[in-house]
Design a protein. Structure first.
Length: 203
């Protein structure tokens, strides 16, 4: 499936290291220059604002999805190409997932972690087959990647599920990685629970 629309999850906190802000702005710019449509949480602050500003400055199309209770002058980006206001955070996430052909997580807090792991879990259980990427600016996600590897080594995550996403350190690498992404083989193993001989063929 060709990628036309990318959903980006990222933080909206203020007073962040400039490298995070610069990376988010660059990611938005690159999405726009590839003639891709950006979908995000419609925020004007933190990495959300930098991401959207980068895409808009490069002539990109940007759609924001925001719950009513976040649609305030302090939080909402007012210069987007499209703004959709929904009732709940759950509707926001569902709408972003519906519109997107691929997903990118930039540094963020609880909300970003939750969105990333939800969309990753949906891929794991077969609800979608869309590429997922982590932009690991300043090594921000290193502890999380280490935790995922620990879960895999302890048997809580199948080896093939560890290949359900890509991670890179520079915005310039991300879009190419997503375009080349291929689903790992054996994703149904956790459902089928094959015998030991079958397991040997999917280490």
């Amino acid at each position: 499936m060709a990628i036309k629309t990318i959903c980006v999850y990222c933080g909206s906190a203020d007073h962040l290291h400039p490298d995070y802000v610069t990376g988010a702005r660059k990611m938005g710019e690159l999405i726009a220059r590839r003639k891709l449509h950006l979908v995000f949480g419609a925020g004007s602050t933190g990495l959300m604002g930098a991401l959207a500003d980068g895409a808009l400055a490069a002539g990109g199309e940007v759609t924001g999805i925001i719950p009513e209770y976040f649609n305030t002058p302090q939080l909402a980006h007012v210069q987007l190409t499209h703004l959709e206001v929904v009732e709940t955070i759950h509707q926001r996430k569902a709408r972003m997932a519906e519109l997107a052909d691929a997903f990118i997580a930039l540094p963020g807090g609880y909300g970003t972690f939750e969105e990333f792991f939800e969309i990753l879990t949906w891929a794991q259980i077969g609800l979608h087959q869309k590429p997922i990427g982590i932009l690991n600016l300043r090594g921000y996600f290193d502890p999380m990647l280490k935790m995922i590897e620990h879960a895999r080594s302890e048997g809580f995550i199948y080896n093939e599920h560890n290949s359900l996403f890509v991670h890179v350190e520079q915005p310039e690498e991300m879009l190419t990685k997503l375009e080349k992404f291929q689903l790992p083989v054996g994703l149904d193993r956790w459902l089928l629970r094959p015998d030991e001989n079958s397991l040997a063929s999917h280490p």
